[in-house]
Design a protein around this ligand. Structure first.
Ligand SMILES: Cc1ncc(COP(=O)(O)O)c(C=O)c1O
Length: 382
């Protein structure tokens, strides 16, 4: 692992041909602690958003003690890197045998189902008596960019039956939902918590745990979201009237909100053709999330000869990835100094969520250069 005080220092001693991904530890610690202070419940970091071991360790160091895992490798990663942490296996369809190993080898006690057959499969692998099993209900709000209820989640009318079956099999039943990812309005949580309150009220017994999932957004250029504090306020309001058992608790599974802020991607301009910049990373690499609906660019700053290149005339540029594929074009144009040219570097900020995990080897391009920027006054582009 290489550490530098700043990107300027890095470029002073190294002009990397391949992209370099820069972790800013103090940014991760600060932003995670802000989330922990504001969220009115227990925070489970959704490891899928960024599973770099150092980033996962930073979440733990910042105070996250619980992790939302989607697979055995994610559970193993948390186990190795975060001593004493608790893993929740929060995906309703798992590889055969994965729940058994999660419980026997890693002591996992929390699982989720959204179908009676899925419950039967789970019950065949784990000791239900020492487990908590969430019934995931489908709930969507049109302010979510990605609908996470079109694939998983039982229809509302099936939830009471599923909860009863979980209890009959000896596990503690709980309720889970996911309003979506990149949720644009806090109303989505108000709405879902209202639905949850109706479901909970109808049950013949009180549940202790409600997992309200992920979806807490980040702002990107041209894609400005309400502040996280507005979401926390909506959730605080929504849980006030939730009928829960004694010792009841709300859980949340933020991915993007925790993973995005502390990582940047440092790329080189390989060629300039007028207002087109061909760079050494693209949609098959760190920028893969830009294929989907949502934000279309990241904040960016330029460097020449190891120094920030700013001031002067600005111009709008289109960015092209390094592969032969003609769809490997970043969707959003970015404003940069008009003099930008071949050999300059571009650092993209706020890129820590759903980026490292999506890199492919397409066309033979793959970078695993990950460094730390330790200067306490250094901030990523925003
Ligand atoms: C079950 C579950 N929890 C949490 C998340 C994290 O969502 P976000 O990154 O929007 O917070 C996801 C995202 O896909 C998810 O599927």
């Amino acid at each position: 692992m290489n550490s530098f005080q700043s990107v300027r220092d890095l470029l002073h001693v190294w002009q990397p041909e391949m992209p370099v991904y820069c972790v800013y530890p103090h940014v991760y610690i600060d932003s995670t602690q802000h989330f922990l202070r504001g969220f009115p419940g227990r925070v489970l970091y959704a490891v899928k958003a960024n599973d770099d071991p150092a980033v996962v360790r930073m979440m733990h160091q910042a105070g996250v003690t619980d992790f939302d895992c989607a697979s055995l490798p994610e559970i193993a990663l948390v186990n190795e890197n975060c001593p004493g942490a608790t893993c929740f296996f929060m995906v309703p369809v798992r590889l055969r045998g994965a729940a058994r190993i999660a419980q026997e080898k890693y002591g996992v006690r929390h699982f989720v189902v959204d179908h009676p057959k899925g419950l039967e499969l789970l019950a065949g692998e784990i000791d239900m008596q020492r487990s908590v099993v969430f019934a995931r209900m489908a709930v969507h709000h049109n302010s979510a960019i990605y609908d996470l209820s079109s694939k998983f989640g039982a229809p509302l009318k099936e939830i009471p039956g599923l909860i009863k079956e979980i209890a009959d099999l000896g596990a503690e039943p709980a309720l889970a939902f996911n309003v979506g990812s990149s949720v644009r309005s806090p109303d989505a949580y108000r709405h879902a918590l209202g639905v949850a309150a109706d479901v909970l009220t109808e049950l013949p017994f009180r549940l202790r745990l409600v997992d309200i999932g992920g979806g807490y957004p980040r702002s990107y250029p041209g894609y400005v979201m309400p502040p996280l504090d507005d979401y926390f306020a909506a959730i605080r309001e929504g849980i006030r009237d939730l009928p829960l058992a004694e010792g009841g608790e709300i859980l949340g599974e933020p991915g993007r909100a925790l993973a995005a802020p502390g990582l940047t991607a440092l790329t080189e301009v390989l060629l300039r053709k007028d207002d087109r910049l061909y760079i050494n990373d693209g949609l098959y690499g760190i920028f893969w999330e830009l294929r989907f609906e949502g934000h279309n660019r990241y904040p960016v700053r330029a460097y020449r000869n190891g120094q920030p290149l700013n001031g002067g005339e600005q111009r709008s540029f289109r960015l092209f990835g390094p592969t032969c594929d003609s769809t490997d074009i970043l969707p959003g144009a970015v404003d940069l100094p008009a003099e930008i040219d071949t050999g300059d570097y571009l650092e993209f900020g706020n890129i820590g969520a759903y980026s490292l995990g999506g890199r492919t080897r397409f066309n033979g391009h793959f970078s695993d250069n990950i460094v730390h920027i330790d200067g306490k006054d250094e901030l990523p582009p925003v």
